[in-house]
Design a protein around this ligand. Structure first.
Ligand SMILES: C[S@@+](CC[C@H](N)C(=O)[O-])C[C@H]1O[C@@H](n2cnc3c(N)ncnc32)[C@H](O)[C@@H]1O
Length: 572
């Protein structure tokens, strides 16, 4: 999620992004290769670098947007609000109750003077969702409510009246934002998931006690808000992301994405095993843990400065569009003057920072959905974390090769009749005896040296100061809706020439005509497009019934076909 920094007169603000980040231990990561570029999912360092997924390199395929690194004066979130004021949640549905609970302590929406209704806490009897409750207690008259939207989107936020551009819709104290602990050894979502289950357990116990008290008429109709209980009750009962996929669905994914899902599933399994005693003490099993982990995968922001993942009650009801009607911002109270006051008198405790949902520049019409952008990512990021693929998906990118070695292996395959896609020969040779394996590795290493020399040659000839090309820079070779990664053709030309044994330092153009390199590119694109074609359906095609999988395949197929059209059109 990408937030624009919009400082206000008495606040510092910050942008935020959804994401995940790689850690070193087995239970802390689900990928061996965290990826090179970083942004937010938001994109920050490509939140998806956590997934090993990569955004298109900026050199050849500029991103539509990158998350700004925020000047965040890190708000230290206390994880459990200490004393919760009495809140009557009995009269509100869970969606509405969570908006009220989340915005506790906020002075209220900023309404124009000529606008109807009070600007601030309201104790009227309107019962609109997200608005005020009918049974007393200071309730905010919020401009948004929670609605069931259907169409696979679940619930979402809807404007209950016309909203002015830039108006704050929700404002959540950082004390009520559920944050990850960056120092944890566990994968962030497992760590947060465990704490969510602990909070749910504590909340359930407290509720039972309150019910008993009520039976004994020790307490009236009011139900004291229970730490995270109001938020937890607003969470979806079931969340489905690829963590739940079985063989059928995995069989419908391309091998890069299937490998990411498998690594992710293994990581969560490892985390579960590590946490099993603690989970059992809470009465929780695998299903509870999977639910909790997926809650965070699908509802987290990532704040790059502090490295924390944040789930924001209420704001987590906002769905994604790439043309959002709202954005998010962290607002810090101004500390100026606090120190001076402290010298002469005991100052009041500083206000916590607040996570806000703010209407976009066009404002929002009554009844319109309030959406935010989760980021401009390739479809696998949406699929893996959120369990859906948006259409359109402007950040789409189709990986043709992960690195230069894969290009060389693929060229070797092509030379031997194109028996398989990319790693075929390498895998085949791995099954042979050790000698052959060593021989194959030596051939690949030699070819890679030749490729590096060939790619460096023009550069070194033109500039004596230039450094030789480093093949480590040739990773994540993709096509996007904006075009083909500019590194692909020279790399393919050099690799094919090296595989054919055409000289150690031949420049790519000399080693292989551009048209031939383009043919290789087209061949590889066709191969990748076929992986998403109609004929591929995994085990009996059963996985294709999963709507997110179908959307993912359609999105990848579209980008491949567009690239093929432009390449073959240009060649004609
Ligand atoms: C942050 S939650 C948003 C609230 C959620 N709809 C609910 O009912 O709780 C993110 C989840 O909402 C759904 N979602 C959000 N935007 C969507 C979209 N554009 N299309 C389909 N599903 C979407 C996905 O299930 C995603 O994992």
């Amino acid at each position: 999620m990408l937030l624009r920094q919009q400082p206000r007169s008495c606040t510092n603000s910050t942008d935020t992004g959804l994401t995940a980040f790689p850690r070193s231990s087995r239970v802390a990561r689900w990928t061996q290769d965290p990826g090179a570029c970083g942004v937010t999912c938001g994109p920050h360092q490509w939140a998806s670098s956590d997934l090993g997924l990569r955004a298109a390199p900026s050199t050849s395929t500029p991103r539509a947007s990158r998350p700004t690194n925020l000047l965040l004066r890190a708000a230290t979130a206390a994880l459990a609000p200490t004393s919760s004021p009495v809140l009557d949640v009995g009269e509100l549905d869970a969606g509405s109750a969570v908006l009220q609970w989340a915005c506790q302590g906020w002075e209220g929406p900023e309404l124009d003077d000529d606008e109807d209704g009070p600007a601030g806490p309201d104790s009227s009897t309107s019962s609109s969702s997200g608005g005020s409750s009918s049974s007393g207690g200071a309730q905010l008259r919020l401009a948004v409510g929670v609605r069931d939207l259907g169409g696979g989107r679940g619930r979402g936020l809807v404007a209950l009246r016309d909203v002015a551009p830039g108006e704050t819709l929700l404002s959540v104290s950082m004390e009520r934002v559920f944050c990850s602990e960056p120092e944890s050894e566990l994968h962030w979502s497992a760590e947060m998931g465990l704490r969510l289950l602990k909070a749910r357990h504590a909340s359930q116990q407290q509720q039972q006690q309150q019910q008993q008290q009520q039976q004994h008429k020790l307490q009236g109709r009011k139900v004291a808000a229970v730490d995270w209980g109001v938020w937890i009750r607003s969470l979806p009962a079931a969340v489905r992301t690829p963590l739940e996929y079985g063989e059928a669905e995995l069989g419908t994914l391309d091998r890069y994405t299937a490998a990411e899902v498998a690594a992710m599933q293994q990581c969560v399994q490892d985390c579960f095993e590590a946490l099993q005693p603690e989970l059992e003490a809470l009465g929780c099993g695998w299903a509870d843990f999977m639910w909790a982990v997926q809650v965070f995968h699908s509802r987290c922001f990532f704040e790059p400065t502090s490295g924390r993942h944040m789930t924001v009650p209420g704001v987590d009801m906002a769905n994604h569009t790439h043309t959002p009607t709202a954005g998010v911002r962290i607002v810090h109270p101004m500390s100026q003057g606090w120190d001076a006051t402290a010298e002469i008198a005991e100052p009041p405790p500083p206000e916590p920072s607040r996570f806000t949902l703010v209407a976009g520049e066009a404002g929002i019409r009554c009844g319109e959905e309030v959406t935010i952008s989760y980021g401009t990512w390739p479809s696998e990021a949406f699929l893996l974390l959120f369990g859906f693929v948006p259409s359109p998906c402007p950040g789409e990118a189709l990986t043709l090769f992960r690195d230069a070695e894969e290009v060389v292996c693929w060229c070797m395959d092509q030379q031997h009749g194109g028996r398989s896609g990319g790693e075929g020969q390498r895998e085949e040779e791995e099954e042979d005896d050790d000698d052959e394996e060593e021989e194959a590795e030596a051939r690949i290493a030699t070819a890679l040296e030749q490729v590096a020399a060939a790619l460096s040659a023009p550069q070194l000839a033109a500039d004596t100061e230039a450094a030789a090309v480093d093949l480590a820079d040739f990773t994540n070779l993709v096509v996007t809706p904006q075009g083909v990664d500019g590194r692909l053709e020279p790399l393919l030309a050099a690799a094919a020439a090296a595989v054919r044994g055409q000289g150690e330092t031949a420049a790519p153009a000399a080693g292989m005509p551009a048209a031939e390199a383009r043919q290789l590119l087209v061949a590889r694109l066709r191969e990748r497009a076929a992986e998403f074609g109609d004929g591929v359906g995994g085990v009996g095609g059963a996985g294709l019934h999963e709507p997110a999988v179908a959307a993912f395949r359609a999105s990848k197929r579209a980008v491949a076909e567009a690239a093929l059209n432009s390449l073959t059109g240009a060649a004609a």
